[in-house]
Design a protein around this ligand. Structure first.
Ligand code: ACK
Length: 869
């Protein structure tokens, strides 16, 4: 302080050596100390007489010691710190002006090794006043950095030294990497390394670790902050590291605590089945509720059920599953090698990562199917019998696995390397003689068997040769024989076994009508006999009628239950014959049962039986929960995947193939006459005798007097009542259109007359919206004017099967116009051109007219037959 100054000013005297000592100063652990001096010093030049002896500096010393024994230290024991000179010295003038020119000098000393020290100031003849001496050391102040606490740290002894200091993690934090900082000689923290993190259950706020509140959690020190409990979880505690799942919700071991709690999925939906002999294809839609998880897979349980007792047992290991039975990632599966004609129940269960934790919540959808009879296996052994110049006799053995009663064999043969021109013989025996053959020529034979389930595969090819001609016969043959031997493509009546039927084919075109196995009930004199031939009589007491579901031609249609002795009760549909019926009405009513009773196919409505012995007379069929297909589709507009719609179409065409194989022409195939059950299985129904004439409200009278459902009927059937399986194919095309447009009315509100005219002129329905191109093309094929060019039902079955197996082919959609205009789809617009020449001109190919004429393509009809080849 200015008052306590130490002064000396003996500038006039020689040999000055004046010492000023401090008391002992503890260095408080510091090893470098700083000394700040404030002093004034008189300018020697301003002293009149003292120039010779006057000095302008003084010296500063120190002496280290651990205790206060400094009074005895000799001056020469002190170590010099520095000679201090003034930056500013003052003169007498300055004094007169009362200006005090105070100097400040700082010096540092270190490293110190003892507990304290003394300072000493030596004057050697200057005029000085020491105003203040401040002794201090420097430290890095305590700090929290990266959640680590670093204490007050005294700097090191060396002026360039960095002291490494370890930090201590603050409360509720843990070491991530050992925290360190460096304390510089200047007292600054430098180069931080490592850090601490708030432990689980705590989050960092303002350099502290704060507890997570109830309802929040932090699972790991590495999460930045507390998070709200994920959906379906909670915590009531502070400092939670995870949240508990609500009741019925679970977490899989590998689920992160940040993930919502989840639950087992609901059941898969809308399962549909397609049956192909002893294979069943199941398809379904993922469950409405996946339980909040992405790891949904499916498990198929297979049960074989007795149709008598209704009891089910596990299917056993012989059933093959494609791709597999469990852990199915896709929503479809194929079961193969099932038993023929057997009831199966498949339970499709959706499973996810937490299903195991709540076995009670497992849900499945079940599908009941009855497998078809399997087709027979191929004939394996064929032996040649008698061989002549013109004939070859063959015999063979029944296939190893006939899978039913063999109804007949089909023998296909052709001259070697002439495969496009072949003959088919049908035989009920296991021997045939192929005659009318060329002498000395090789023929290829293939045989297949047919049961009620259809044809089996063809056998391998067997090759046999006719005997060669002798010379004389050869000459005769050259003169006369050629024509009779080359009649391959004509219908041969020669010497035919009554059990055999022979058909000739050229390029796949059949030359003879097929076999007819369906029996027209009209052929029975007594209609009662017909109905009891094909339908079971049910006792009225076995039936419980529950409610009316619609009106049929002959009376009400009801739903109810049927309980047969020794069987489980099951739902049925019951068609009744209204009271006061005429004999003809009763005959027609029961006629449907006589027809239906002849069919046994999963896609044909199944007749349970009839009640004729009591009144009302009833027809009892299986119950189809979803009613008729057109109403069902309208109700569920846009609700199905393309594959589901194709599945429905596959079912319908499979039923129609069966009907056409049986020789039955439906005549009124339309979505309103298809019923659909809860598994979305479609079945063909409505088999009336006079049905087409009276029953269908869509049927209209034609100019020829018949009543026909115009919009669904092929032109040749409308024009001259040519009803065939090919006209059913036309109707099937319309059904495809109805299905793909969710029950839209074909040709909308056009009048029947306009429909007939438009179709006759080559116009066709446009593609339904979002319809796969492959399906629309199939519709157009069904609507070919020439009925022989329409695909056959078995071809449609395989086409749809192919599409179901490779759904990617359904991706290309028709660029459908949303307008309701008909489109011209005649293959080459034949109706628009009167002559071949006119047509070729129109397509700028008039120069080829002559070539067409020369080759026999002289009419547009002939041109329409041109194939790609
Ligand atoms: O569209 P829907 O409900 O289905 O209305 C008609 C009505 O009876 C008159 O035919 C329904 N129907 C007919 N047969 C059956 C059946 N086997 N199962 C369920 N409903 C049926 C049809």
């Amino acid at each position: 302080a200015p008052i306590h100054t130490y002064q000396v000013c003996k500038v006039m005297e020689q040999n000055q050596n004046n010492w000023l000592l401090t008391s002992w100063i503890s260095n408080e652990g510091a090893s470098r100390i700083f000394i700040e001096l404030k002093f004034t010093l008189r300018d020697c030049n301003s002293l009149p007489g003292g120039l010779g002896t006057c000095k302008e500096t003084f010296n500063m010393y120190y002496f280290e010691s651990d205790d206060e024994d400094g009074r005895n230290i000799k001056e020469n024991q002190y170590i010099k710190i520095d000679t201090i000179a003034a930056d500013e010295s003052f003169t007498e003038l300055d004094l007169g002006d009362r200006v005090m020119k105070l100097n400040t000098e700082v010096r540092d000393v270190g490293p110190l090794t003892k507990k304290g020290f003394y300072l000493a100031f030596q004057d050697v003849g200057a005029c000085i006043a020491l105003v203040s001496v401040r002794v201090y050391y420097k430290k890095c102040p305590s700090v929290i950095h990266n959640l680590a606490h670093f204490p007050d740290t005294i700097t090191g002894g060396d002026s360039s030294q960095l002291l490494e200091v370890s930090g201590v993690c603050i409360n509720h934090s843990v070491t991530e990497e050992a925290p360190k900082m460096h304390c510089s000689a200047e007292g600054e923290w430098l180069v931080p390394i490592g850090k601490c993190l708030c432990k689980a259950g705590y989050e960092e706020k303002n350099n502290t670790c704060q507890v997570c509140r109830p309802g929040f959690f932090k699972a790991s020190p590495h999460s930045p902050s507390c998070s709200k409990c994920p959906p379906h979880s909670y915590t009531l505690d502070e400092a939670s590291t995870s949240c508990l799942c609500e009741e019925d919700y679970f977490r899989k071991e590998s689920d992160p605590p940040t993930m919502a709690c989840t639950r087992p999925p609901s059941a898969p939906r809308s399962a549909i089945s397609n049956i192909n002999e002893t294979s069943v294809f199941l398809e379904w839609i993922p469950p409405a509720d996946t339980g909040g998880r992405k790891d949904v897979s499916y498990y198929i349980a297979c049960k074989k059920c007795s149709s008598h007792s209704g009891l089910c047992e596990a299917c056993g290991s012989h059933v093959r599953y494609l791709p597999q039975q469990t852990d199915l990632k896709n929503t479809s599966v194929m079961m193969m090698d099932l038993l023929a004609h057997t009831n199966y129940t498949f339970e499709i269960e959706a499973v996810n990562g937490v299903s195991d934790q709540n076995p009670g919540a497992r849900q499945f959808v079940s599908v009941n199917v009855t497998t078809n009879q399997a087709a027979p296996s191929p004939v394996s052994t064929v032996k040649k019998g008698k061989i002549t110049k013109n004939s070859i006799s063959l015999s063979w053995q029944e296939p190893d696995r006939p899978n039913g009663i063999i109804l007949e064999y089909e023998i296909k043969y052709f001259e070697k390397d002439q495969e496009t021109s072949y003959t088919i013989i049908k035989s009920k025996e296991t021997t045939i003689t192929a005659d009318g053959l060329k002498p000395g020529s090789a023929y290829v034979f293939q045989i297949r068997a047919r049961t009620a389930a259809g044809y089996g595969g063809f056998s391998q090819r067997f090759e046999f040769e006719t005997s060669p001609l002798d010379k004389n016969t050869l000459l005769l043959w050259l003169f006369f024989g050629f024509f009779s031997f080359s009649r391959r493509c004509g219908y041969s009546k020669a010497k035919q076994d009554p059990e055999e039927e022979k058909m000739h084919f050229h390029n796949g075109h059949i030359k003879l009508p097929g076999v007819r196995t369906y029996v027209d009930p009209h052929t029975y004199e007594d209609p009662n006999q017909a109905v009891h031939e094909f339908a079971k009589e049910i006792e009225a007491s076995c039936i419980t009628i529950e409610r009316v579901i619609g009106a049929g031609e002959f009376g009400e249609v009801c739903s109810g239950r049927l309980k047969l002795q020794g069987k489980r009760e099951f739902p049925v549909a019951i068609k009744t014959l209204k009271v006061g019926y005429t004999e003809k009405q009763r005959r027609d009513f029961l006629g449907e049962a006589s027809i239906m009773g002849q069919f046994d196919h999963p896609n044909i409505i199944h007749l349970e039986g009839v009640i004729t012995k009591s009144k009302p007379v009833m027809i009892v069929t299986e119950y189809m929960e979803n009613g008729s297909l057109d109403t069902f589709l309208k109700k569920n507009d846009g609700q199905f995947t393309v594959i589901q719609l194709v599945g429905m179409l596959r079912g319908i065409v499979s039923g129609m193939k069966y009907l056409s194989d049986m020789g039955y022409v439906h005549r009124d195939l339309a979505a309103r006459n298809i019923l659909i059950n809860s598994n979305l299985v479609c079945k063909v129904s409505d088999f009336g005798l006079s049905r087409v004439l009276e029953d269908d409200p869509e049927a209209a009278y034609t100019t020829r007097g018949g009543k026909i459902p115009i919009r669904w009927t092929a032109p040749e059937a409308i024009a001259f009542r040519k009803f065939t399986s090919a006209s059913d194919v036309w109707s099937y095309g319309i059904v495809m259109w109805e299905v793909m447009s969710y029950g839209e009315r074909p040709y909308w509100e056009m009048t029947n007359q306009d429909v007939i005219k438009a179709v006759e002129e080559g116009y066709r329905l446009p593609s339904p919206m979002d319809c796969p191109a492959a399906l629309y093309q199939l519709m157009l094929d069904c609507w070919q004017k020439d009925r022989n060019s329409r695909p056959k039902f078995d071809e449609i079955v395989s086409m749809l099967d192919k599409l179901i197996r490779n759904p990617s082919n359904l991706k290309t959609l028709v660029n459908a116009s949303t307008s309701n205009l008909l489109v011209e789809h005649s293959p080459i617009g034949s109706s628009a051109y009167r002559s071949v020449g006119e047509w070729l001109e129109a397509i700028k190919m008039g120069r080829y007219t002559e070539i067409f004429m020369e080759n026999g393509y002289s009419s547009m009809d002939a041109v329409a037959q041109v194939t790609l080849e």
